[in-house]
Design a binder for this molecule. Structure first.
Ligand code: PRT
Ligand code: ZN
Length: 283
């Protein structure tokens, strides 16, 4: 049995549970109890505030956890980053009031920045050899310049809407972040085996996201052209049709390429293009 720490509520909670569910793991009473056990996989879920997840994993109260990479970097606890999970994507950036002229990182020499992520910012300025006063505040960082608390801010940015609303402009991106699976660095073999199974299920789920299954009928003399348009992961499946002179190609393609590939296939004489959702892609 392993224990995974998840955010109890907030931006990563739903997506973390969704990932477990898509990996075939049913958790009962999700989010309502502090600790819930899966009915069909040797894992129990411990729900915590995201700030506490890196420490809980590093000291072994939980074996693994899902948390923003930014929290892992900020807290600095020794944990293994096992997998990037491709949700909760954001960046941590420095922003200043838009009426100020930005001259590069030296702009901050002797100035003040408000943030909830002092650790990451301190390291960034130290590497640049710039003395900037860092004011740690817990929330509403974006209003700091307008109330005279700081000259700029360092915070999470996703769409950039919050910065615009507060008259700020992004001047430096310090890091990118997404949700990551972290692990305690001293897991025994039995736990590692379970973690590996879980990770391979996560990989399958992540791989199938944004993919579609395409079936298309192609005249035999155009198969080569068709295969140039839809290169597949290994080799696409090619099946002869009852109608002599035609074959069906099956392939997995990126959702974003569907229309472009369908148009190109029609141009070389392909017919009956069928696009299906992909449930799982287990390699
Ligand atoms: O209660 P708990 O302590 O568990 O949660 P929390 O309030 O500390 O964190 P939460 O739930 O807000 O965020 C959890 C994680 O989601 C963060 O650590 C990031 O890794 C990730 N994430 C992704 C974000 C965002 N996108 C995001 N946009 N976290 C916060 N924001 C906020 C940001 O702070 C700013 O106020 O959204 C605003 C900016 O958004 P835009 O779209 O206007 O740029
Ligand atoms: Zn938090």
């Amino acid at each position: 049995m392993i224990r995974i720490a998840l955010q109890s509520k907030g931006r990563l909670n739903e997506k973390s549970l969704e990932l477990l569910a898509e990996a075939g793991i049913s958790i009962d009473g999700s989010g309502r109890k502090l600790l819930s056990q899966a009915s069909n996989f040797p894992v129990e879920v411990l729900y915590l505030r995201d700030d506490d997840i890196p420490q809980t994993v590093s000291c072994g109260i939980a074996d693994i956890g899902i948390v923003g990479y930014n929290e892992v970097m900020e807290r600095g606890y020794p944990v293994e980053v096992l997998q990037h999970l491709e949700f909760g994507k954001c960046r941590l950036s420095i922003a200043i009031p838009k009426y100020l002229e930005y001259t590069g990182p030296e702009f901050f020499e002797g100035r003040k920045i408000a943030t909830s992520y002092p650790g990451i910012l301190k390291t960034w300025f130290r590497e640049k050899n710039i003395n900037c006063e860092i004011r740690e505040i817990a929330g509403s960082v974006e209003i700091s310049p307008s109330i005279g608390l700081a000259d700029g801010i360092f915070d999470i940015v996703s769409s950039g809407g919050t910065l615009v609303q507060n008259g700020l402009t992004e001047v430096e991106k310090v890091m990118d972040s997404d949700a990551v699976l972290i692990g305690n660095s001293t897991l025994d073999d039995e736990k590692m085996r379970i973690v590996r199974t879980l990770m391979s299920r996560f990989t399958s789920v992540l791989r199938s996201r944004g993919k579609k299954y395409m079936l298309v009928n192609v005249p035999n003399d155009r198969i080569e052209d068709a295969l140039k348009i839809i290169p597949s992961m290994k080799s696409p499946t090619l099946l002869p049709l009852a109608d002599k002179g035609w074959s069906a190609i099956h392939a997995v393609i990126d959702e974003s390429d569907v229309w472009e590939k369908a148009d190109a296939l029609k141009k070389i004489g392909a017919e009956d293009i069928l696009i299906l959702s992909m449930e799982k892609l287990i390699l």
